[in-house]
Design a protein around this ligand. Sequence first.
Ligand code: AHR
Length: 648
Amino acid sequence: MQSTQILKRFGSPAGLMLTVFSLGSLAYGQPAAKPAATLNIQVDKTEHSVSPTLYGMMTEEINYSYDGGLYPEMVRNRTLRDPNWNQQDWLVVQNASGGAKMDKDKTTGPSEALNDSIKLTVTSASPTEPAGLRNQGYWGYPLKPDMTYTFSLYAKGDLGGGTLSPLHVNLINNKTGKSVASAEILGIGSDWKQYTAKLHTGKIEPSEANHLELTLTKPGTVWMTLVSVFPPTYKNRVNGNRIDLMEKLAGLHPAFLRFPGGNYLEGDHISERYQWKKTIGPLVDRPTHPSPWNYHSSDGLGLLEFLEWCEDLNMQNVLAVYGGYSMKQEHVAPGKDLEPYVQDALDEIEYATGGTDTRWGAERAKDGHPAPFKLAYVEIGNEDWFDQSKSYDGRFTQFYDAIKKKYPDQKLIATAPVTSRKPDVLDDHFYLSAEKYFDDIHHYDNFDRNGPKIFMGEYATMEGSPTGDFGAALGDAAWLTGVERNSDVVVMSSYAPLLVNVHPGGMQWHPDLIGYDGLSSYGSPSYYVLSLFAAHVGDEVPASTMTGAGPRVAYSVTHQASTGKVFLKIVNGVPTPQDLEIDLSGVSAIAGPAKVTRLHALSPVDTNTITDPRHIVPVESTIPTTGTKLKHTIPGYSFELIELDTKK
Ligand code: AHR
């Protein structure tokens, strides 16, 4: 029954997608409307209820989603753990006498996790000729006017019998060479310690073209790591998330967040899997790790931060635990070998949900969050159908039995079909062309209603880069009509990937839902489709029939029993307008005009970009209604949400 389909996968070492699908033979323009189709909605005849968790989000560290994105640390490679540390991120600020040298010192660091550091040796410097280090940031330092940034670092110095020069901290504009915010760190001693300072910008133009300089004005040696410049965050959380991106995510009205992956959970190798215990506690105790998307992860956004992210956006937690398979065909055999991994998952669940009287619940409290979280679902692994050893059934069984024994009510998600146990939910992934999505909108219509529920944990129409174009939005909308119509079986859905840094080199996979640089962000047309779907969904699916519609017209209807609202979503995937007559039964009348929210473009390749972020956005209008009826023409290439207030 279950049919996971991935049409395209990352193929090159850089993980870039290679092909682009199109809406086939669709042409531009708006020819005469097709003959009227009729849509009858029997509002009082409910077919099934709508899952309250239907629309959520999936996230992982890909496309600089966290580092250089949602996690707004500005210092790139702040712990020097990225192997590229001395090639692009950190550079020497030299003076005329060539007085500075930078090394990575593997013999000293502030903690067991960060047991190495960057060593700055200044042999010649003065107040007019400072020398030191420069950090380039993630495509610069995105600075805004009149803003306070928090600087911090762990450091120790070699005083050489004298006093060390203050460490001068400057944010420098790349074009003018002038400092736009500065601070001094005084009294760096001979033992490792954390130092902090505030950096305040004045009347500057918002710009990413800035860098950080850390300099001395006298000869001396300073070791440093975990160098940080942090902007204000969403809800002012310490070590929190970027404000505009959190607002964009809130705009999706997500019911849940699936984290932390994706491939990011698995890692290329078992040793590179997501090891949650190394992502909690003070940042200085997080060793960082290589990720499968070809860049190093700071793990600043760790397990607790994922849970707090859910808390901030009022989302349910869908926690994926490492299931014993990594992407280079490495697996842990079920049985004794797998036991430590199962225990790790049990510990992880306890960290999230346990009381403060439990070993890991107490650890969470120590990390600043005494109140336990709830886990709506625990997912075992990711895309385990790729495991050629076919060990998933055995691995899933071992996790299932152990988790259900300790947490009998915990719902579990399998990532591939299994036969030994019945998972509560099966995660199904689809990356298809718009054409295929339109052709397959009845995919779930005949699914076994007694089998596991379906989590469409990843889907996206593969069209557009870095973010999906309008054709992709139509494909996604068409697909979602099928999902919504079958929301008794499909209990959750999440687009992937969610985020992309649009700077050159920022993307490993396309298309993505939300694009950004350091200063601003935008939603793809699909972003608006998803937002409209999630914000306007009833609690039941009424019976309905559509006749006479042309090709590539897809729709879904939901009804909100408490308010009488009927939400009709309709997609026209061809250039020809579609006339439509809508008739409601089981209600006495439609109250007032219908509210229409339309997303439309002249061509499927039209899109939103970082420089034209609102090229395609929803536009609202109304259409008159008569009794229980209305007539309407849906333009070619459009998605519409039609809201009807009904009277019993
Ligand atoms: O969404 C990008 C990747 O696609 C995910 O990491 C993986 O689960 C899937 O193959």
